[in-house]
Design a protein around this ligand. Structure first.
Ligand code: GDP
Ligand code: MG
Length: 325
């Protein structure tokens, strides 16, 4: 069970809604949405616990909650269409059963994203880590390296964020925590540092080389070009590299997370996603939008800032956590 999706019940809302007419309930929900920081699960549960008798109204409300919880228009449409299909097929009228159907439809959407392991078949396995500023790249690399060390792997880190002096120091601190080799250069650009790290990994027999990069927005074309160059240069240091291209996404970015996945995938052909800060106030909905775009595996989720706050993504656990919060 993820603790990140646990939250207190919105009891006042529930009580008010129970007193209201269906129309009133619909309006109150919509009014409260803008101000609401409530998470997807809390909102769905509140809705079911005060569900209107009219099934169409209920389905309408569910759709609104999904749309405003960062699930995205297309994924919401997909979830609703499938749910309505099953309701019709099985002639469902009970609200509890509708809830179970929604759960299984949401799970169906996420299942293709789970279960993928980091590809470590090459030695070294070269991992490129990208994402926007502050997404949690460097922290995630620190956690991921510790995870791999615990599995007996030797890990080299490449300080490829050469934009800020502090970035290198931050990576070194993580390196010290797990006793890792951290490759950095006084003056080199990102490609040069990462090239150097891969060569070092090859000659010293590292199992994994993880490359940090500076944060950037997909709209910063020259920075995206630089990242493409980093990827090309990796292939020059080791023909099959990179073996993993991971995007670190802050779950709090909401719908924009889906755009990040699309743009970085177009530029780099992502092999995996790591979703960070699920311990915070993230609504969790954007994952469904990502799944709808393309089932790029979510390899790990970040559940805090500590070294062991990285867990493999489990779709059933994720969906259950949404509803059991
Ligand atoms: N609560 C929480 N904070 C995180 C998580 N991952 C990273 N952070 C924090 O997010 C901030 C930015 O992280 P950083 O790794 O520097 O991001 P980068 O710019 O992408 O390298 C730091 O304060 C991290 O401690 C997470 O899973 N949960
Ligand atoms: Mg960083």
């Amino acid at each position: 069970m993820f603790s990140f999706l646990k939250s207190s019940k919105v009891s006042t809302q529930t009580e008010n809604d129970q007193k209201g007419s269906h129309r009133g309930l619909a309006i109150r929900w919509r009014d409260s949405l803008a101000a609401s920081r409530a998470k997807l699960g809390t909102r769905l549960n509140t809705l079911f616990s005060s569900a209107p008798n009219n099934q169409d109204d209920l389905l309408d409300e569910i759709e609104t909650v999904l749309l405003t919880s960062d699930v995205g228009v297309i994924a919401t449409e997909q979830i609703m269409t499938r749910t309505k299909q099953v309701i019709k097929q099985k002639k469902i009228s009970d609200n509890d059963e509708i809830k179970e159907i929604i759960k299984s439809v949401m799970l169906e959407l996420l299942l293709p994203m789970q279960g993928q392991q980091l590809n470590l078949s090459e030695k070294p396995a070269v991992v490129l880590v990208a994402g926007v500023n502050g997404a949690g790249k460097t922290t995630t690399i620190g956690k991921l390296a510790a995870y791999l060390v615990a599995e007996g792997k030797s890990v080299f880190l490449a300080a490829g964020d050469t934009f800020r002096a502090a970035a290198e120091d931050q990576l070194k601190v993580w390196g010290e925590r797990s006793n890792l080799v951290v490759i950095s250069q006084e003056k080199g650009d990102s490609s040069a540092v990462i090239y150097d790290a891969i060569q070092s990994g090859l000659s010293k027999g590292a199992d994994v080389v993880i490359a940090d990069t500076a944060g950037r927005l997909a709209t910063q074309k020259h920075l995206m070009e630089e990242l493409k160059k980093v990827k090309r240069v990796m292939g020059k240091a080791m023909i099959s590299a990179p073996h993993e291209v991971l995007l670190v996404v802050d779950a709090n970015t909401g719908q924009n997370a889906i755009d990040q996945v699309k743009s970085f995938d177009e530029a780099l052909e992502l092999t995996g996603i790591i979703l960070t800060k699920l311990d915070g106030s993230a609504k969790g909905g954007a994952v469904f939008g990502m799944a709808q775009y393309k089932p790029i595996p979510i390899l790990f989720v970040g559940l805090g800032e500590k070294i062991d706050d990285l867990k493999p993504f489990d779709a059933l656990e994720f969906v259950s956590a949404i509803f059991d919060s």
